[in-house]
Design a protein around this ligand. Structure first.
Ligand code: CTP
Length: 214
């Protein structure tokens, strides 16, 4: 199968030397890409800026901003059988990017932010028959209610709900624990376990089902 995975944070530029970003390190997305490759699939990985080595045998597309990630993902999507959005895409970007380095002034500084495109929702809106779409939900409260809301709203087949308020799992940690929700209401609990194992469990759940329906 042709599999597209996204990973890492995005950076939204404020000026020539500053940006807005988040704590994502890309480990979960890279683990998914490596697991999918070792299961024999043709994998494309669209990655925000991370400190991880390029996974072997995987087509790696490096991007920086939410806009660049949207362009790369939406261009590749029509060919893909499975898309997993594990990236922590910024929801907002500065309305204007200052060309040089902003000099400090007396008093407070206001930076106006505008919404970025919701890539996963765009993918859901143009999903072709047979294409499988999965997302992650990073939550600090109402984990399952919020995750199943995103599953329905973005027209997904699967969502992996991640409790990012726990310091032993999630952002930056080598381990993760997720509740994987299917659109028909089934629920699987994976972990805490190393992210590679979580990645395999997620892909087995999603692709096992495809194989058994062939
Ligand atoms: N996502 C995306 N594009 C965005 C924001 C998020 O494709 N601009 C994707 C993420 O990759 C993830 C899913 O949407 O798979 C959910 O991301 P999350 O940050 O949990 O939720 P949001 O949709 O941003 O909603 P909220 O900020 O209300 O929690």
């Amino acid at each position: 199968m042709r599999v597209l995975i996204t990973a890492g944070p995005t950076r939204e530029r404020i000026d020539a030397v500053r940006f807005l970003s988040n704590r994502s390190t890309g480990k979960m997305g890279y683990a998914l890409a490596e697991a999918a490759h070792s299961m024999g699939h043709e994998v494309t990985l669209v990655s925000g800026p991370v400190a991880l080595a390029a996974p072997e045998g995987v087509k790696l597309i490096r991007v920086e901003s939410a806009r660049e990630m949207a362009e790369a993902v939406l261009a590749a999507a029509p060919e893909m059988d499975l898309i997993v959005m594990a990236a922590a895409v910024a929801d907002y970007r500065p309305v204007t990017v200052f060309p040089g380095k902003l000099k400090k002034q007396p008093g407070n500084l206001m930076i106006e932010l505008e919404r970025t495109e919701d890539i996963l929702a765009s993918l859901g809106a143009r999903k072709r028959p047979g294409q499988i779409l999965a997302g992650f939900a990073a939550e600090t409260e109402e984990l399952l209610a919020n995750a199943s809301g995103k599953l329905a709203k973005k027209n997904l087949d699967w969502i992996a709900a991640n409790d990012v308020s726990r310091s032993d799992i999630g952002f930056g940690s080598p381990d993760n624990a997720v509740t994987l929700l299917a659109k028909d209401g089934r629920r699987f609990e994976f972990g805490p376990a190393p992210k590679r194992q979580i990645a395999e469990a997620i892909l087995n759940a999603i692709l096992g089902e495809v194989n058994s329906s062939l």
